[in-house]
Design a protein around this ligand. Sequence first.
Ligand SMILES: Cc1cc2nc3c(=O)[nH]c(=O)nc-3n(C[C@H](O)[C@H](O)[C@H](O)COP(=O)(O)OP(=O)(O)OC[C@H]3O[C@@H](n4cnc5c(N)ncnc54)[C@H](O)[C@@H]3O)c2cc1C
Length: 572
Amino acid sequence: MARDTEVLVLGGGSTGCGVARDLARRGLEVTLLERGNLTHGTTGRMHGLLHSGARYAISDQASARECIEENRVLREIAGHCVEETGGLFVKRPEDSADYFEEKLRGCRDCGIPARVRSGREAREIEPFLAPDIDRALEVPDAAIDPFRLCVANARDAEAHGARIETHAEVVDVLREGDDVHGVEVRHESGPGKRVHRRSGSTETITAEYVVNATGAWAGQLAGMADLEVAVRPSKGAMTITNVRQVDTVINRCRPKGDADIVVPHETTAILGTTDVEVDDPDDYPEERWEVDLLIDRLAELLPILREARTIRSFWGVRPLYEPPGRGTEDPTDITREFFLLDHRERDGVTGMASIVGGKVTTYRAMAETVADHVCAELGVRASCSTADEPLPGSEELEAAMDDFGLRSPIARRSRQRLGSRTRDVLETDEPNPVLCDCEGVTRAEVRDAIAQSGTDLNAVRIRTRASMGNCQGGFCCHAIANELHPAHDEPVVRAALDELLKERWRGERHALWGDQLSQAMLNYALHATTLNRDRDPARTGESIDYGAFDRGQTGDGAGAFVGEKTTDGGDR
Ligand SMILES: Cc1cc2nc3c(=O)[nH]c(=O)nc-3n(C[C@H](O)[C@H](O)[C@H](O)COP(=O)(O)OP(=O)(O)OC[C@H]3O[C@@H](n4cnc5c(N)ncnc54)[C@H](O)[C@@H]3O)c2cc1C
């Protein structure tokens, strides 16, 4: 029977985007379905560490070897998504010296380059390290941008003929007897690029093969085909500071435990994390103790964090999986390896496989394993090219670029984000002002992202970083939304703006003290009052006492400074 597509890939995280790219490059017809944005799930809620493998060099050596191998591959093929920060595993006086030595041996066993540094040498690399850090191991950890990575994979898949559908939720997996042959999808706003306020529709898509790459949700998707996949979702909290206190990934060198890593990420640093098993990956408590713990414990390594301004906190859910029979109690002990579950072999059901576990660092290897399997099932002879072919944006990265009339720090940051696409995106005859000051994002970059993703401004955000800096969108969200006009009318633009601000608020609400509270109040005043986004009807018929401005008085209400001068030269 003719099918709509050869392979359906469910899930638009790093794994699904990697699988779609690999299969499309092998010449298969691929459709990827993602219920939110690309990176809507765990991939958009992780630490941003490109593991060297050192973290697992004692406890999980199979994962450690996978990590160092893929770390080397991704530096080559995804250069515009990777920042070569290097990493330090630092030891405090109370941390075990034996463990430090064991870590060093483990790294050597797994082929991870590791060099011992004294405390003084470590502080020469990172001056804010605590004065009592006595030793450190230097390893090739790096920072990776998961958003850029996924988008680049999806773009390459599209360039090789794949259909990428975001905001397309799989609501049923079609199974007849012992064969899976497609899915039922609910589009949030109709097939194709997202447009706010367009009514939804459903679609049946049949396929030769279905790949379940829905991470922590893999059990739910498998359940739609009456299959059981026992994922063990485990939540982790992360907090973001407004500047990078370190330029190197800092890990604490001790057996295991919460709050032991700081990853520099673009203009910020990400503190993490916790590890608590949860029942439902969509519904779990985001707890204050987790945020407090991150700051308190990590300040033992970097005392400056006690005074840091945190701009938001967020949580992600690990898609952990254990083969039956292991029964590990503590989620931190569950392996970080990945597993391909072939439902034909495992359950006698043809046409579907699930991929679970793993990490962003190993996404490409996971995708290659899945694609090899799918090709074998469909009788396709084609080999993998993803380890050698750079992602869009990472080709000829070293080529010199002009500055496009932008002040140099902005041009530098744009180039870092866009890689070899810089010229295509920034070369424009139109004025190209900076729309997001915190992250230095220009109109040309925003327009390029809108062309890719329609009216979804969170999709623009993950492509550009616009609204992800200090002000958390307070000063730029409306300017970004304005770029949707005149192609879209006012209600569509408003809906898109609301959604972006709502998403920014989600993480910001966990950081409401000190400077970030002032920022949030300022954002509120700007949006509710100046932009009248709360649609408070203007009061009419009241006369305004203009003289009050000149007198510099603020009235006698609560918190007012009656009689004080509030402006320079107020008594004119
Ligand atoms: C706190 C934390 C920190 C981490 N830090 C790191 C790190 O520093 N480095 C690293 O390498 N790894 C890290 N990881 C692990 C890594 O983030 C994950 O292993 C990886 O992102 C999983 O990717 P995925 O594509 O398999 O799953 P996901 O990214 O979750 O993708 C699955 C997708 O399926 C979609 N989906 C679900 N249901 C449906 C449906 N019905 N229809 C359509 N789509 C659906 C979801 O929306 C989601 O986007 C971390 C994880 C956590 C939780």
